[in-house]
Design a protein. Structure first.
Length: 339
C-alpha cells in the first residue's frame, strides 16, 4: 500500500481519504480550517461537510503542509479549482525542500478562468514542468454522499502514462468503487469540468417544471457540446465522452439532488438570484466558475455551445431564463451529428 496525502478536507477529500484508508493505505488530510482538522482527529467526523458519517479512524488531518507531504508517494488534489494554483505553488516549495517527487492525482473538476487551463496543466506548470506523465485525473459518475455509504461506483483514472493510471487503479479500487484506466487525460478532465455547466441547465429545467423529455434532450445536446469543446479546443478523444467521465458523470450530475450545480440551477429556475444561491450553498458551485472559461474558449475558437453560452448569459449578463429557453428552441435548424 502507499502513503497518500489528500489536499482538501471537504466532503470529497474526507470521503476519498477514508476510502483509501479502508483500502489499507496510510492517509493524511491537509486543510486550513483548524476546527475541521480537530474534529477529524478527535471524533473521526466532518459534520460541516458530511452529516451523520464517520471517517476511517486511521485518517489524520493537519494544516501543516510539510507534515502532510512528508514521505507521501501520492498527492491527491481535492480542492476547488480557484485554490489549485496557489496550493500547487506551496506544494512545489515543500517538495523541493523534501527532495521528493510523488505522483499527483487530481479529483478537481474545473477549468481555470483567465488562463483557461485544465487542472493537469496547472499542476505541471507549478509543480512538474514538462512532465505531464506524473499526473493522473480521476473522474466519473460519483457523489461523495454515495461513496460514503459504499454505494456501487465506477470511475475513470486517466494519465498519459498508463502505468501511473494502473497504479492508481490498483490502490484506489475496492469492492464498491471500480476504477477503469483511460489514456486520454485531457478528455477526462474536459468532460468532468464542463458537465457541471450542463448540470446547472438541467437544474433550471426542473426549477421551471419541465419534464423528462426536456431533461433527456438537454443531456444529449449537452454531451454534444462537451464533446465539441474537448475535440476542437483540446484535441481530446471523442470516445472518452461516451465513457464514465463523459456521459456517465453527465447523467448523475444532471439528475441528482446531491449535485451542487444541479441545486444551483433548480433555484435559478425557481427565480432566486445567483448570489443568494451561492451564499447559501455552503460549498463551491464549480459550474458557475467553469462557464466563464467555457465562454472565453467558445469566443476564442469559434465553438458552437448554445446551452453553455445561455447559462453564461443567465449567470453573468442577467439574461432571463425564459428568454434563453425561447431563443434555444428557436435557433436555426442544425444537423444532429456534427463537430
Amino acid at each position: 500500500m502507499a502513503k497518500i496525502s489528500v489536499l482538501g478536507n471537504g466532503s470529497w477529500g474526507s470521503v476519498l481519504g477514508s476510502m483509501l484508508a479502508d483500502n489499507g493505505n496510510d492517509v493524511i488530510l491537509f486543510g486550513n480550517i483548524a476546527a475541521v482538522n480537530q474534529e477529524i482527529n478527535e471524533k473521526h467526523t466532518n459534520e460541516h461537510y458530511m452529516k451523520n458519517w464517520s471517517l476511517n479512524e486511521s485518517v489524520k488531518a493537519t494544516d501543516d503542509l510539510e507534515l502532510a507531504l512528508k514521505d507521501a508517494e501520492i498527492l491527491l488534489f481535492v480542492l476547488p479549482t480557484k485554490a489549485v494554483r496557489i496550493v500547487a505553488k506551496n506544494v512545489r516549495k515543500v517538495l523541493d525542500k523534501l527532495g521528493t517527487k510523488p505522483l499527483l492525482v487530481t479529483a478537481t473538476k474545473g477549468i481555470e478562468p483567465g488562463s483557461k487551463k485544465l487542472i493537469s496543466e496547472i499542476l505541471t506548470e507549478e509543480i512538474y514542468p514538462n512532465d505531464l506523465d506524473k499526473i493522473v485525473a480521476i473522474s466519473g459518475p460519483s457523489h461523495a454522499e454515495n461513496v460514503a455509504q459504499k454505494d456501487l461506483t465506477a470511475i475513470a483514472c486517466a494519465s498519459t502514462d498508463i502505468k501511473n493510471a494502473e497504479l492508481v487503479q490498483k490502490l484506489f479500487s475496492n469492492n464498491y468503487v471500480r476504477f477503469y484506466t483511460n489514456p486520454d487525460l485531457i478528455g477526462v478532465e474536459v468532460a468532468g469540468a464542463v458537465k457541471n455547466v450542463i448540470a446547472i441547465a438541467a437544474g433550471i429545467l426542473v426549477g421551471k417544471k419541465f419534464g423528462d423529455d426536456a431533461k433527456a434532450a438537454l443531456m444529449t445536446r449537452g454531451l454534444a457540446e462537451i464533446t465539441r469543446l474537448g475535440v476542437k479546443c483540446f484535441g481530446a478523444d471523442r470516445l472518452t465522452f461516451s465513457g464514465l467521465a463523459g456521459i456517465g458523470d453527465l447523467i448523475v450530475t444532471c439528475t441528482s439532488s446531491n449535485s451542487r450545480n444541479w441545486r444551483c440551477g433548480k433555484q435559478l429556475g425557481e427565480g432566486k438570484p445567483l448570489q443568494e444561491i451561492l451564499d447559501n450553498m455552503g460549498q463551491v458551485v464549480e459550474g458557475a466558475t467553469t462557464v466563464k472559461a467555457v465562454h472565453e474558449l467558445c469566443e476564442a475558437n469559434d465553438v458552437d455551445m448554445p446551452i453553455s453560452e445561455a447559462i453564461y448569459r443567465v449567470l453573468y449578463e442577467n439574461s432571463d431564463v425564459d428568454l434563453e429557453i425561447k431563443k434555444m428552441m428557436g435557433r436555426s435548424p442544425k444537423p444532429e451529428i456534427r463537430l
